[in-house]
Design a protein around this ligand. Structure first.
Ligand SMILES: Nc1ncnc2c1ncn2[C@@H]1O[C@H](COP(=O)(O)OP(=O)(O)OP(=O)(O)O)[C@@H](O)[C@H]1O
Length: 784
C-alpha cells in the first residue's frame, strides 16, 4: 500500500526537519496539475525520487569533503537510518524506491566499511541491523547480489574509490543517471513545495481573516445576546417586582381579613357564651314548665276519666233507647222494601210504556201536521184569491187611470239652449193641479191638461213611480207600451235611458222586474228575455243580431194564433241588470258600425227595447206572458215644413208617417174601434199585440221649456192632449178618428213656423260617445 501522505517529518531531529523529503512525483497535491510523467525509457526508476542529503548550507555538498561534513553526517546518520527504515517499510519490495534505498544503504555500508576500523565504535545505535538491510537490498535489487558487492558496488563522489567486479561499471552508470534524474525530480519537488508553502501561507492568511471575522461576529452576537438577555431579564425583573408588589398587597389584605376574622371570632365566641347562658336559663324554665304541665295533664286525665264515665253511662242509656227504636223501625223497613220492589218492576216495564206513549204522541203529531197542512191549503187558497183580487184591483186601478195614459215631462233649461231671449223659459205649471201645463207661445198663454205633468224639478224616480204600476202588470201577464214622444233634444232618451248615475225608465223597469220576479220565486218561475230593434225610414233592423244591416219583416204566427212575430229577431235571456247592460253594449256596437253620425241617426229613428216576461205558477202550472215595450221615438219636429230635400225629407216623411200612425192607433184603441190601423206603419204593426186587448199604453210627451222651441212644444202638447182627449165611447171615438190622419200630422197647425234645426248641438262628429248602461240609443251627451 502506498501511503497518501507525501511529506514525512523525519523524526525528532530538528536539524533535519524540512530538509529530508521523499516525494512521490506521480501524486500531485489535490487541486494541482499533475506533472507530465517521463517516459519509461527516460526514467529507469519511475515513481522514485532520490533522497538528498542536505547539509544546511543550501547546496549539495559531496560527502566526505570536509571533516565538518563528516561530523554532521555521522551525527545525522542514526536519524537517517531511522528514516530509511521507515522508507523501507513504506516502499514495496522491488519498487525503485526500495532499490534506491538499497543503494543508499550500500553506499553507507561502503563508507562505513572504509572507516570501519576507526569509527566502528562510534556508530550510533543502528535501528536496522545489517542482515536485515542486506535482505532488503536483496529484495530490492533482484538479481543484484548485495553480499557479493561487499559494500563496494557504488558510491557517491564522496567514496575515494569505486571499484568492483567486472560488469559493475555499467550498473553504476545507470545508477548515476538515475541519481541525476532523481535530483531533477527533487528540484521539481522543491518547486512544488515552494508553491505549496505559498498556497499554505495564503490559506493561513485567509483563515486568519475568516477567523477574525468570525471572532468579530461572535463578539457582536455575544453583545447582542447579552443585551437581549439583559433586556429580558430587566423586563422579567420588573414583572416579578410587580408580582411581588401585588402579592404584598394581597398579603396585606389577607392579613386585614385575618385580623377582622379574629375579631369576628372573638365576637362570635362572646355571643356563643351569651347564648349558652341563655340556653341554660331557658332549659331551667322549660323544666319548670314541663313539670307544671305534667301536673296539669294528670289533672285533666282524671277529669276526663270522670267525664267519660258519665258519658258512657248516658250512651248506655241511649243504646237502650235505640234498641227499642230499632224494634219499631223494622216493620217500616219491610214496607220500604216492598215499595222498592214495586218500583223496580215498574222500571222494567218502562220501555214498553214509553213505546206506547211515543206511538200515541206520533199519532197526535201526525194529526196536527194534517191539520196544519189543511190549514196551509186553506191559506194558499186564500192567498191565491187575494192575489187574484190584487190583480183585479190593480187592473181596475190601471183601468181607472186609463189603459192609455199621457203624461208630460218638461226638461230643464240646459247650456245647449244657449243664452238670450231665445233661451228664456216659456213653460209654467199650475201649483194646485199637476196635470196642467201653461205655455207662453208668441206672447199668448196656452194651457193643456194631461194625465200628469212633471216639471223640470221631477227626478227620474218620480217619473218612474208613475209608470211602476204598468211594469208590475207586465209581470202579471199584461202587455205594456211606454213611448217617449217629443222634438229632438226634448229629453226622450234621458227619460227612457237616463245616465249611468241616474238611470231612466228602461233600467229601473228591468230592476223592478228582477226584484218582483225574485220575490215571487217561491211560487213562480220566470224567464226574462230581451230584444232590441230599430226602425229607420220604415226599415226594421235587429240591433242584437249578428248582421244588423239585415232588414227584418213582421209576420203572422203560422200556428194560427193571430199573433205576430219577427223572424230573425234576436232574443237574449237575462238574469240581472248586468246582463241587460251587456246586451245594450252589443246593440250599441252594432249601431256605431253602421252609422257615422250616430246622434243624428238616433234622433231620426225609433229605438225599441222589447222585454218579454214568461212565468209559470209552480203550484198550478199556469203560464203567463207579458211584454214590455220601451220605445224612444224619433224626433217629432216637422223637418218637412222647412223645405228639406233628399234624404232629410225622406226621413221626415217616414217619421211623420209612423207618428201619425201611432196617433191613429192610440185613438182607435181609446175609442174601442173595431178596426185599428196597426199596419199603417212598421212601428204600430210591430207593437200591435202590445197595444191591443188588455194592453196598457203610456206616452211620455217630452217638452223643451225654452222660448225658441215653443212652436214644437205647442205641437207636441196638442198631439198629447188629443190622444188623451179621445172619448172612450165608440161613437165619439169614431167621430174623433178623423183628426189623426198621417197627413194631418204633417200639416197640422199651419200657422206655426217651421222650427229651426234642433237647439241641441250634439252632432259634432268625432267627439266620442258616452257610455250609458241599459242604453241602446247612445248619444254624445254634452257635459251636464
Ligand atoms: N229631465 C232632465 N234633466 C236634466 N237634463 C235633461 C233632462 N231631460 C233632458 N236633459 C238633457 O237634455 C239633453 C237632450 O236630451 P235627450 O238627448 O234625452 O233628448 P232627445 O229627445 O232624446 O233627443 P233625440 O230626439 O235627438 O234623441 C241631454 O243633454 C239631456 O241630458
Amino acid at each position: 500500500m502506498v501511503p497518501t501522505r507525501r511529506t514525512w517529518n523525519l523524526g525528532a531531529t530538528p536539524s533535519l526537519r524540512g530538509l529530508w523529503r521523499v516525494g512521490r512525483a506521480g501524486e500531485p497535491e489535490p487541486g494541482m496539475a499533475r506533472p507530465a510523467p517521463a517516459s519509461p525509457a527516460a526514467r529507469p526508476f519511475p515513481h522514485t525520487g532520490p533522497g538528498r542529503l542536505r547539509t544546511g548550507r543550501g547546496k549539495d555538498t559531496p560527502a566526505g569533503s570536509s571533516e565538518e561534513d563528516s561530523g554532521i553526517r555521522s551525527a545525522a546518520r542514526p536519524a537517517l537510518a531511522q528514516c530509511r527504515a521507515v522508507s523501507v517499510d513504506w516502499a514495496g519490495p522491488g519498487s525503485p524506491h526500495r532499490l534506491y534505498l538499497t543503494l543508499q544503504a550500500l553506499q553507507d555500508k561502503g563508507c562505513e566499511s572504509k572507516s570501519q576500523g576507526t569509527k566502528e565504535e562510534k556508530l550510533p545505535k543502528r535501528q536496522v541491523p545489517a542482515p536485515k538491510r542486506d535482505r532488503e537490498a536483496q529484495e530490492a535489487g533482484g538479481a543484484m547480489n548485495v553480499e557479493k558487492t561487499g559494500g563496494r558496488l557504488f558510491g557517491s563522489g564522496r567514496c575515494s574509490s569505486l571499484s568492483g567486479p567486472p560488469g559493475a561499471a555499467p550498473m553504476v552508470h545507470r545508477m548515476v543517471e538515475a541519481m541525476s534524474q532523481l535530483q531533477e525530480e527533487k528540484a521539481q519537488l522543491q518547486e512544488e513545495l515552494v508553491a505549496l508553502r505559498e498556497r499554505l501561507a495564503v490559506r493561513d492568511s485567509d483563515q486568519q481573516a475568516t477567523s477574525t471575522q468570525l471572532q468579530n461576529q461572535v463578539e457582536h452576537l455575544k453583545e447582542k445576546l447579552i443585551s437581549q438577555a439583559l433586556n429580558e431579564s430587566q423586563a422579567r425583573n420588573q414583572h416579578l417586582q410587580e408580582q411581588v408588589a401585588m402579592q404584598r398587597q394581597v398579603l396585606k389584605e389577607m392579613e386585614q381579613q385575618l385580623q377582622s376574622s379574629h375579631q369576628l371570632t372573638a365576637q362570635l365566641r362572646a355571643q356563643i357564651a351569651m347564648y349558652e347562658s341563655e340556653l341554660e336559663r331557658a332549659h331551667g324554665q322549660m323544666l319548670e314548665e314541663m313539670q307544671s304541665l305534667e301536673e296539669d295533664k294528670n289533672r285533666a286525665i282524671e277529669e276526663a276519666f270522670a267525664r267519660a264515665q258519665v258519658e258512657m253511662k248516658a250512651v248506655h242509656e241511649n243504646l237502650a233507647g235505640v234498641r227499642t227504636n230499632l224494634l219499631t223501625l223494622q216493620p217500616a223497613l219491610r214496607t220500604l222494601t216492598n215499595d222498592y220492589n214495586g218500583l223496580k218492576r215498574q222500571v222494567r216495564g218502562f220501555p214498553l210504556l214509553l213505546q206506547e206513549a211515543l206511538k200515541s204522541v206520533k199519532a197526535e203529531i201526525g194529526q196536527a201536521i194534517e191539520e196544519v197542512n189543511s190549514n196551509n191549503q186553506e191559506l194558499l187558497r186564500k192567498y191565491r184569491r187575494e192575489l187574484q183580487l190584487r190583480k183585479k184591483c190593480h187592473n181596475e186601478l190601471v183601468r181607472l187611470k186609463g189603459n192609455i195614459r199621457v203624461i208630460a215631462r218638461v226638461r230643464p233649461v240646459t247650456k245647449e239652449d244657449g243664452e238670450g231671449p231665445e233661451a228664456t223659459n216659456a213653460v209654467t205649471f199650475d201649483p194646485d193641479d199637476d196635470s196642467i201645463i201653461h205655455l207662453l207661445h208668441k206672447g199668448k198663454p196656452v194651457s193643456f191638461e194631461l194625465d200628469k205633468v212633471f216639471s223640470p224639478r221631477a227626478s227620474q224616480q218620480d217619473v218612474f213611480q208613475e209608470v211602476q204600476a204598468l211594469i208590475t202588470s207586465c209581470i202579471d201577464g199584461f202587455n205594456v207600451c211606454i213611448f217617449a214622444y217629443g222634438q229632438t233634444g226634448a229629453g226622450k232618451t234621458y227619460t227612457m235611458e237616463g245616465t249611468p248615475e241616474n238611470p231612466g225608465i228602461n233600467q229601473r223597469a228591468l230592476q223592478l222586474l228582477f226584484a218582483e220576479v225574485q220575490e215571487k220565486a217561491s211560487d213562480w218561475e220566470y224567464t226574462i228575455t230581451v230584444s232590441a230593434a230599430e226602425i229607420y225610414n220604415e226599415v226594421l233592423r235587429d240591433l242584437l243580431g249578428q248582421e244588423p244591416q239585415e232588414k227584418l219583416e213582421i209576420r203572422l204566427c203560422p200556428n194560427g194564433s193571430g199573433q205576430l212575430y219577427v223572424p230573425g229577431l234576436t232574443e237574449f235571456q237575462v238574469q240581472s241588470v248586468e246582463d241587460i247592460n251587456k246586451v245594450f253594449e252589443f246593440g250599441h256596437t252594432n249601431r256605431t258600425t253602421e252609422f257615422t253620425n250616430l246622434n243624428e241617426h238616433s234622433s231620426r229613428s225609433h229605438a225599441l227595447l222589447i222585454v218579454t216576461v214568461r212565468g209559470v205558477d209552480c203550484s198550478t202550472g199556469l203560464r203567463t206572458t207579458g211584454k214590455l215595450n220601451l220605445v224612444d221615438l224619433a224626433g217629432s219636429e216637422r223637418v218637412g215644413k222647412s223645405g228639406a230635400e233628399g234624404s232629410r225629407l225622406r226621413e221626415a216623411q217616414h217619421i211623420n208617417k209612423s207618428l201619425s200612425a201611432l196617433g191613429d192607433v192610440i185613438a182607435a184603441l181609446r175609442s174601442r174601434q173595431g178596426h185599428v190601423p196597426f199596419r199603417n206603419s212598421k212601428l204600430t204593426y210591430l207593437l200591435q199585440d202590445s197595444l191591443s186587448g188588455d194592453s196598457k199604453t203610456l206616452m211620455v210627451v217630452q217638452v223643451s221649456p225654452v222660448e225658441k222651441n215653443t212652436s214644437e212644444t205647442l205641437y207636441s202638447l196638442k198631439f198629447a192632449e188629443r190622444v188623451r182627449s179621445v172619448e172612450l165611447g165608440p161613437g165619439s171615438r169614431r167621430a174623433e178618428l178623423g183628426s189623426w190622419s198621417s197627413q194631418e200630422h204633417l200639416e197640422w197647425e199651419p200657422a206655426c213656423q217651421t222650427p229651426q234645426p234642433s237647439a241641441r248641438a250634439h252632432s259634432a262628429p268625432g267627439s266620442g260617445t258616452t257610455s250609458r248602461p241599459g242604453s241602446i240609443r247612445r248619444k254624445l251627451q254634452p257635459s251636464a
